[in-house]
Design a protein around this ligand. Structure first.
Ligand code: SF4
Length: 482
């Protein structure tokens, strides 16, 4: 797995930074002064540097053992004694990886995965025009759709490609589509979106309804930042902290999972008197949750959680960002009203305050509207923030000549540009981010599952284990009833 996606989500202090700054402590101090909220990893070349790195307070998030032999790695593991996770890197081969793992390091990274990739031999064939119609996915999808009529409904998330969304009977954001999924009587629901969305449709489906997704591997980066196992571990740690004062996590905390999460996390919320939220109703849900119990555990998106808490005037000192490596003190848990999981969407967290300053300098008077999965410093600077559906409605209702800079997924922004030529619509970022997961749904894999349906076969059916579905449904219905 990637421990970071790019240079924006974690700082890496390497040998040149250490030599340039003069010492590990100076290099880390400067890096933290620039970006106090970013996790930091430091590369060390020997055990002396390891000891220097371990002396740093607050502790580093990870230490990389660079090019060490097995014996030195074993000593490093013993010296570190679990205080900071260790990553082995350098000269990692298939033959050596088991021996490296046996030294006791926590992670192994292999540059060969990226720098030694062999070229892929690709070729392109042109299809004669008379053969195109038979194999053209658009024609095939149209035919199956017409043949199945009301037995089929296609739901399309706003972040889908244009050629895919063209087939959606309903398009919307997560909240709108989960409502549609709960209302439809169609026998087959084809969900053009990512896996957690299709799971929601499967959980809310009526008996006999079948949910399909064109690519079963279309996941969500944000959803994958929180597993049921890690959340349960955090809940146990919170419970221990609260039991010291004669209370418990179930008595004091309402868990809320953002809909962008696995079904297991929704089930967890169902079992612990919690609920689900979307970006469209997060403030309503957070208000409700704080009316039930004094604290909220919000996962997996820290930014949506923080932005929503900011909207409700909860001060920063009452928000606690969960640290997967260092559980907070009992005192920190007692002070916290909102405990935030450290997850983020890799599309929305790319928007930065500099983008807003730059676009306002170029287009004075432009309205900046962003999604609440963006960082708080971006949301606070914007003119407006809201769900994808909210952004859609604002643009639909705006008069001709209005200028917009939008901080959300690029396929959606591009579609708004096409549909509203009377307005100036720009992406907030000069390098507009698109969601690679959403883009895994293509006209070709949509056509494949439609072809299979035409032959009475169900490809890529999304199902949820019954016990998980039962509890997840309780959490979802609690949300839909608010
Ligand atoms: S835009 Fe972000 S939250 Fe939405 S599906 Fe993509 S990765 Fe997940």
């Amino acid at each position: 797995m990637n421990h970071r996606m790019s240079l924006f989500d974690m700082m890496m202090v390497k040998d040149n930074h250490i030599d340039g700054a003069g010492s590990i402590a100076l290099a880390v101090g400067r890096a933290r002064a620039q970006h106090p909220d970013l996790p930091i990893e430091v590369e060390v070349r020997d055990l002396d540097e390891l000891r220097q790195a371990l002396a740093i307070e607050p502790p580093l998030d990870r230490i990389l053992l660079d090019n060490m032999d097995l014996d030195t790695m074993r000593k490093a593991v013993s010296i570190t004694a679990g205080r900071v996770p260790l990553e082995a890197s350098g000269n990692v081969t298939r033959a050596r990886v088991k021996a490296i793992a046996e030294t006791g390091v926590d992670f192994i990274s292999a540059g060969a995965l990226t720098h030694s990739v062999k070229a892929l031999d690709l070729s392109m064939k042109i299809q004669p025009v008379d053969k195109v119609a038979e194999t053209d996915p658009v024609t095939r999808i149209r035919e199956v759709k017409a043949a199945l009529g009301d037995r089929l409904v296609i739901l399309g998330h706003h972040y889908q490609r244009d050629d895919v969304i063209a087939f959606a009977d309903y398009r919307g954001d997560s909240l709108e589509l989960s409502r549609r999924a709960a209302q439809t009587d169609a026998e087959f629901i084809v969900f053009c979106g990512v896996h957690f969305m299709a799971e929601v449709a499967a959980i809310l489906a009526k008996p006999g309804q079948r949910v399909l997704i064109p690519d079963i591997e279309a996941g969500c980066f944000l959803a994958e930042t929180a597993s049921a196992h890690l959340v349960a571990e955090a809940w146990d740690a919170l419970d221990t902290a609260l039991r010291a004062e004669g209370s418990s996590a179930d008595a004091e905390i309402t868990p809320i999972t953002y809909v962008n999460s696995d079904a297991e996390l929704k089930a967890f919320c169902g079992q612990h008197n919690g609920t689900v939220c979307t970006s469209g109703n997060a403030d309503k849900v957070l208000k409700w949750a704080l009316g039930q119990r004094p604290r909220v555990f919000f996962f997996p998106d820290q930014h949506l959680g923080r932005n929503t808490a900011n909207k409700l005037d909860i001060p920063p000192e009452e928000m606690l960002l969960w640290n997967l490596h260092r559980p907070p003190s009992a005192e920190a848990v007692h002070t916290a009203k909102v405990i935030l999981w450290p997850g983020a969407c890799n599309v929305h967290q790319r928007f930065r305050p500099e983008h807003i300053h730059a676009i306002r300098a170029r287009y004075p008077g432009i309205r900046v509207i962003v999604h609440p999965e963006c960082k708080a410093e971006v949301v606070n600077l914007a003119d407006d923030a809201g769900s994808t559906a909210h952004i859609f409605k604002q643009i639909e209702a705006a008069p001709a000549g209005t200028q917009w800079a939008i901080g959300t997924e690029h396929h959606f922004v591009q579609r708004l540009q096409t549909e509203h030529p009377e307005q100036l619509i720009l992406s907030l970022s000069d390098v507009p981010p698109f969601c690679a997961n959403m883009s895994q749904i293509t006209i070709d894999n949509l056509a494949e599952i439609m072809d299979a349906l035409a032959h009475g076969e169900l490809h890529n059916e999304v199902t949820v284990e019954p016990e998980t579905a039962k509890w997840a449904k309780i959490a979802l219905e609690r949300m839909l009833s608010l």
